[in-house]
Design a protein around this ligand. Structure first.
Ligand code: CA
Length: 228
């Protein structure tokens, strides 16, 4: 699922945009200040950023400039003033598109969709599917690293293998013996209790509340399932 970051200090606008984009099939996060927005934009992975220009603290101009130094993610700038849009163009900050408030939500989604498609075309040739995004979790397959909410987890090699395998086969129940065979191999030492132990270690690391797991669900009488 594509992840979108909305940087917008007006809560009502942010919420309306979020609801509409979520209903259109996107995963959406909102940052209500320039500082938080900039941090998220730089440290986390998004497929597109909707950036309001007038923000307290760090404004949209500055955010756009700083994000562009390190990322190619499409940036859709939003402003209430036509003059601002001209200014953005003039500054050559590298925003991909501009919309003037008030705009229709249908128009916003159409622009978002167009930029995501274009960006996919550009990056798919250069970048294989080496990153997985599952809600707040990001798996970087090249580096064998996992991030939750932008923070890197410390995982053992087998914990990583188990998480990656399940994340690559979401919404499907696996028995403990299937998982054991996949990750440890049939002839290795250990038994099915190993799987239970590793699942609970993983839950402690990735789940906001390990006793009520959202990602790795127990399917009673079967085994486990990774939920998208
Ligand atoms: Ca604003």
């Amino acid at each position: 699922m594509k992840r979108i970051l909305i940087i917008e200090d007006e809560t009502v606008i942010a919420e309306v945009e979020k609801d509409y984009l979520e209903a259109s099939g996107y995963e959406v996060e909102v940052a209500e200040s320039g500082v938080t927005g900039l941090q998220k934009a730089i440290n986390e992975q998004y497929d597109l950023i909707i950036l309001d220009l007038m923000l307290p603290g760090v404004d949209g101009f500055e955010i756009c400039k700083q994000v562009r130094r390190v990322k190619n993610v499409p940036i859709l700038m939003v402003s209430a003033k036509k003059e601002d849009i001209d200014k953005i163009r003039g500054l050559g900050l590298g925003a991909d598109d501009y919309v003037i408030k008030p705009f229709s939500l249908g128009e916003l989604v159409a622009r978002v969709k167009a930029h995501l498609t274009r960006y996919d075309r550009l990056t798919n040739q250069a970048r294989p599917a080496d990153e997985l995004h599952i809600r707040g979790i990001r798996i970087d397959r090249r580096a064998r690293k996992v991030f939750v909410g932008g923070e890197e987890l410390s995982l053992t090699s087998k914990e990583y293998d188990l998480l990656l395998f399940m994340a690559l086969h979401p919404n499907r129940a696996f028995t403990k013996s299937e998982l054991f065979e996949k990750i440890w191999g049939m002839d290795s030492l250990g038994d099915l209790a190993t799987v239970t132990v590793y699942i609970s270690k993983l839950r402690e690391k990735i789940e906001p509340n390990p006793s009520k797991p959202q990602y790795i669900e127990t399917i009673w009488g079967v085994g486990y399932r990774f939920n998208l």
